[in-house]
Design a protein around this ligand. Structure first.
Ligand SMILES: Cc1cc2nc3c(=O)[nH]c(=O)nc-3n(C[C@H](O)[C@H](O)[C@H](O)COP(=O)(O)OP(=O)(O)OC[C@H]3O[C@@H](n4cnc5c(N)ncnc54)[C@H](O)[C@@H]3O)c2cc1C
Length: 374
């Protein structure tokens, strides 16, 4: 009987996994199917650019899969029956059976984090949400409050202010902005925010969102006609609902070879899975998602060909933050994500990040042998 590997999600992790498995198994009877809710690859790391008004390259999945033998199913995954080894879909063929499953459904914005976020906030977490924010910024917006002092919030606030200098933009962070960066990197970040005219509210927890703006933890209010929620991602409940072992946030728990701790016929990769890395569990990032996907594809191919999957070596190298189109800060890190002294700033960092982002899409076209950050 023909073996069937099914990959759920065609983001950085899932697309890499499907292409890698198909490439390793070329010439065999094994089928590889990739299921994704849309027929395009979305460069999530550029969604703040889309929100600010820039056009993103169109990357149809059929083009990226041409010649690989991977079958594409465009449908939303609604459930997984682990006993029957069947994935349920919201469109034809409505269900698909598997022998090995790679779960890589990514993440979205955590709009249940505070009251009112789901009803009033915009996000840059998905293409649809970023496009909705883009229309608002080009239309009636006058004052924008971006909530979240991490990488996504910083990138969104600076990109929006650079593209719309007439808008009042503030960045609101529960702790220090860019927490975890070195002092040098944070100094540059503060300079860039001042240069662009982004108002910074640090140590300002947000307790709720209304149609008028932010309700702060200390009872004060900050008016804003447009609130962007960028204070963390969360994963869909599908893995937990199916009965896969998950952590407290619903991320699938995987071993060193990225196999589920509860169901060894299922692999997890990208934001949707929590892998052990130096210093804890993998941080949601493209930087870990792409290598996890490639390794999951390798591991599935190993199993099919009777090899023992090798442990994935997931490590960090940098945090690469854009500050508009012409400035940035690249914080080089230890393998466990702790900052080193080395920092690249300004135009050189912006160019470096653009090269890395383009290079990532190149890797999506040519998922060759994986060597960590070769
Ligand atoms: C604005 C922004 C900037 C970022 N910048 C950086 C950065 O500079 N560096 C970095 O490392 N990371 C960055 N990230 C994080 C990075 O984008 C994610 O960590 C990365 O996309 C995770 O890859 P993934 O493949 O796990 O998930 P995704 O890229 O989210 O892909 C998941 C795929 O699954 C599909 N899908 C989801 N649910 C279903 C379903 N039910 N049925 C079918 N298909 C489904 C989605 O449509 C998508 O195609 C950024 C994120 C954002 C939003």
């Amino acid at each position: 009987m023909t073996m069937h590997i099914v990959v759920l999600g065609a983001g950085y992790a899932g697309l890499g996994a499907a292409k890698r498995a198909a490439r390793r198994l070329r010439g065999t009877e094994v089928r590889v199917t990739l299921v994704n809710v849309s027929d395009r690859f979305v460069e999530r790391v550029r969604l703040h650019q889309l929100a600010a008004g820039q056009e993103l390259p169109r990357l149809p999945l059929r083009g990226l899969l041409a010649g690989t033998g991977v079958e594409l199913v465009v449908a939303g995954v609604t459930g997984i029956d682990l006993g029957a080894r069947v994935v349920r879909l919201d469109a034809a063929p409505y269900e698909v059976g598997y022998d090995l499953l790679i779960y890589a459904l990514g993440s979205g914005a955590d709009l249940d984090a505070v009251p009112g976020a789901a009803g009033h906030a915009f996000t840059v977490a998905t293409e649809g949400e970023a496009a909705r924010l883009r229309s608002r910024l080009a239309g009636t917006a006058r004052s924008v409050a971006v909530v979240g002092g991490g990488l996504t919030g910083i990138e969104a606030a600076t990109e929006i202010k650079e593209a719309h200098p007439g808008l009042e933009v503030r960045l609101v962070s529960a702790g220090p902005v860019g927490d975890g960066l070195s002092a040098t990197a944070r100094r540059h970040l503060h300079r860039a925010l001042r240069r662009l005219g982004v108002t910074l509210d640090e140590h300002t927890p947000v307790a709720g969102i209304t149609a008028e703006g932010l309700l702060l933890g200390d009872g004060r209010e900050t008016p804003a006609d447009t609130v962007v929620w960028a204070a963390g991602f969360r994963v869909a409940g599908l893995a937990a609902a199916a009965g896969l072992a998950t952590d407290g946030h619903g991320r699938m728990l995987v071993d060193a070879t990225l196999r589920s701790l509860s169901h060894p016929e299922v692999f997890g990769a990208g934001d949707a899975a929590a892998a052990r890395v130096a210093g804890g569990r993998s941080r949601m990032s493209c930087q870990t998602g792409l290598p996890m996907g490639l390794r999951a594809g390798d591991a599935a191919a190993d199993l099919v060909t009777g090899r023992d999957p090798r442990p994935a070596r997931i490590r960090y190298v940098w945090q690469n933050i854009s500050l508009g189109r012409h400035d940035g800060v690249t914080q080089f890190t230890r393998a466990d994500d702790r900052p080193l002294g080395a920092v690249l700033t300004g135009r050189a960092s912006a160019r470096f990040k653009e090269a890395i982002t383009r290079g990532t899409v190149w890797r999506m076209r040519h998922p060759g042998p994986y060597r960590p950050h070769a």
